[in-house]
Ligand binder design. Structure first.
Ligand SMILES: [Zn+2]
Length: 149
């Protein structure tokens, strides 16, 4: 059993969905952030698939905006990468997964204007959108590919 679990964990698809993952999924469905994420994924002609821990993946996203390597709306993690490329970057996936919890804490869509305000604050402080952005800092700057400020 351990071999199966380890193999699954390595690929990021261990199939284990915990109670907290289900609670997050329900919260981000009800607060409408996941439905918005699905709409954005559709607009970006992303390929949908199920990710680890109840996450939804929208890979091979095709729109130019936002310019980030990956971004998260509700329980939907969107990226221009392929599914295999995303799953091969567990630190990036962990960073984006932390953003899914931020949607829960912010009751969904209010996260978006709060996040944009945090980007503005960070830009005024440091000239970039992440270094002093509370959402990016708590999601882990290094895991998200940002320099640690
Ligand atoms: Zn981030």
């Amino acid at each position: 059993m351990a071999e199966v679990t380890n193999a699954g964990a390595k690929s990021g698809e261990d199939g284990v969905v915990r109670g907290q993952d289900i609670a997050r999924g329900v919260a981000n469905l009800v607060n409408l952030s996941t439905p918005l994420g699905l709409v954005i994924a559709g607009l970006g002609r992303a390929r949908f698939s199920r990710g680890p821990r109840g996450l939804l993946l929208g890979t091979s996203y095709r729109l130019a905006l936002p310019p980030a390597v990956a971004f998260t709306v509700g329980n939907v993690i969107l990226t221009r990468h392929t599914r295999d490329e995303l799953l091969s970057r567990p630190r990036l996936l962990a960073h984006e997964e932390r953003h899914t919890w931020q949607y829960v804490v912010c009751l969904g869509l209010p996260l978006i204007p709060l996040y944009l305000a945090a980007c503005g604050w960070s830009y005024l402080q440091s000239g970039d959108f992440a270094s002093h952005n509370v959402f990016e800092r708590t999601a882990g700057l290094a895991d998200g590919g940002y320099p640690e400020g």
